[in-house]
Design a protein around this ligand. Structure first.
Ligand SMILES: *Cc1c(COP(=O)(O)O)cnc(C)c1O
Length: 469
């Protein structure tokens, strides 16, 4: 499989190089040159397969030419073997034809484990083959950092540096990062805010001299391998609910448009999905586009669903590419306009097409809490605030009561106790067994000043399994 840039000016790459690449050299994002398409018979034959075997069949075309079948099978079996639930991604019924797909059974209790557990193992495999080492630098306000660290802790060829704003992440989130001890794991608490952390990551990508030739890799949601891994659970859920002989709808709590874009790809690969609902919080740039053809940058609003607090949706460019007939120059012009003005809209026919593909809703904190309370009262089931936004959007936007509606359950409620409390629910969610002793575990973290040179010196002093690069 070859991958091309959404801006049309960068060289095409194979899977292995895309895995290590991050952004394309023209500023675009990589997408597959041709999407595989499965027949109804093929999809039907996958019913009942264990998760890792289904994952092999769905993702095999994407890694073809870079990763051998036997290696890929082994990597997938290991990856999805670490999930606490035997079904890996179990479906729980909420109401008539309404389901939650629990994507929070992994090590860090959020759906990002599905992609980052795989990404770490794929990186290590490819790097071992090339006899290379890399450094990962990332900034986190919570979920991504712990999932990335968990995904890389067993990697021989990767050192990972994750910056979080000192004293500004919840204790559960901090401990999920700082209690993972390994000579290649480096937690940095920056005396600044999340944007400061992110700026330092960006500056480090722009000027990599401090790395003395070691390659820097990104693990944020623009990495193609993360999107690829997320396609699988759409197939997994739909097959259990009667696909491919019956259509299924999905409602997806969205920030960077990564998770829902994976659903869009699953549909283009032959999975019968009759509806994809984009569910946002108050940071609703995607809903503004879907409902009014205005993709306009607004200020950031802190919400009870912090993992969806974004100003722009980095993967939206991948949809724009398809909406414009995969014309990279058209996308490039639009993104230039967006960079200059903070605004973007598309021609009417392209917007009509976007509205045919997606429905959308923005849900505020009050509605989020009301949904948590309502579902808890009706069923006893406790939603996390991100998933609650998905449930609310599913109920308001639903096109057919006769077809199953699946809400992607993106996090475990124990990670976001504030929303549960605000919903007026007395029962405190409990940590699952594999994290029960989280508050007793030893922590390791370095506090650094909000200063680029200080951070880069730290990385170059510790980037080779704790030793200097
Ligand atoms: C990251 C995250 C999201 C948003 O996912 P995108 O791929 O950015 O749309 C939603 N919910 C939770 C809990 C997350 O961690």
């Amino acid at each position: 499989m070859r991958y091309i840039s959404t801006r049309g000016q960068a060289p095409a790459l194979n899977f292995e190089d895309v895995l290590l690449a991050g952004l394309a050299s023209d500023g675009g994002l990589y997408v597959p040159e041709n999407l595989p398409r499965f027949t109804v018979e093929e999809i039907a034959s996958w019913a009942g397969l264990p998760y890792h075997e289904l994952a092999f069949r769905v993702m095999r075309p994407f890694v073809a030419g870079s990763i051998d079948d036997a290696d890929f099978k082994r990597i997938l079996e290991e990856t999805y073997g670490v999930f606490a639930h035997q079904a890996v991604a179990p479906l729980t019924q909420l109401g008539a034809n309404e389901w939650v797909l629990e994507l929070f059974q992994g090590p860090t209790l959020a759906f990002k484990d599905f992609a980052l557990q795989l990404l770490g193992r794929l990186l290590d495999h490819v790097l071992a083959k090339r006899n290379e080492r890399v450094v990962i630098m990332g900034a986190t306000s919570g979920d991504t950092g712990s999932a990335a660290i968990e995904g890389c802790k067993a990697c021989d060829n990767v050192d990972i540096f994750i910056m979080h704003p000192h004293n500004r992440v919840s204790e559960v989130q901090r401990r999920q990062m700082t209690t993972i001890l390994g000579e290649n794991i480096h937690n940095i608490a920056i005396e600044g805010n999340f944007d400061d952390c992110q700026e330092m990551v960006k500056a480090s990508f722009a000027d990599q001299g401090f790395l003395k030739g070691t390659r820097l890799v990104a693990v944020n949601s623009i990495n193609w391998a993360r999107i690829m891994a997320q396609i699988v659970y759409y197939f997994h859920a739909a097959l259990q609910l009667g696909a491919p002989h019956r259509s299924v709808a999905f409602s997806v709590p969205t920030g960077n448009f990564g998770d829902i874009f994976a659903g869009y790809l699953a549909r283009n690969m032959g999975l019968p999905i009759n509806q994809l609902v984009v569910a946002t919080n108050r940071n609703d740039i995607l809903h503004r586009f879907m409902s009014g053809n205005r993709y306009d940058k607004d200020t950031l609003h802190a919400s009870l669903s912090p993992s969806m607090d974004i100003m722009v949706s980095s993967n939206f460019e991948r949809l724009l590419f398809d909406l414009h007939g995969r014309n990279g120059l058209a996308v490039s012009a639009l993104m230039d306009e967006f960079k200059a003005t903070g605004k973007l809209s598309v021609a009417d026919d392209r917007w009509t097409e976007a509205r045919r593909l997606f429905d959308s809703l923005a849900v505020d904190d009050e509605q989020t809490c009301a949904t948590i309370a309502q579902v808890h009262a009706q069923t006893g089931y406790l939603l996390d605030p991100h998933t609650a936004i998905g449930v609310k959007a599913a109920r308001d936007c639903r096109r057919s009561q006769a077809l199953p509606m699946v809400v992607l359950g993106t996090a475990h409620p124990v990670k976001f106790p504030e929303a549960v409390e605000k919903a007026g629910i007395a029962a405190v969610p409990q940590l699952p067994p594999h994290l029960a002793d989280l508050f007793q575990r030893e922590e390791r973290c370095t506090v650094l000043a909000n200063d680029l040179k200080t951070v880069q010196d730290f990385v170059s002093q510790h980037g080779n399994r704790g030793k200097p690069l």
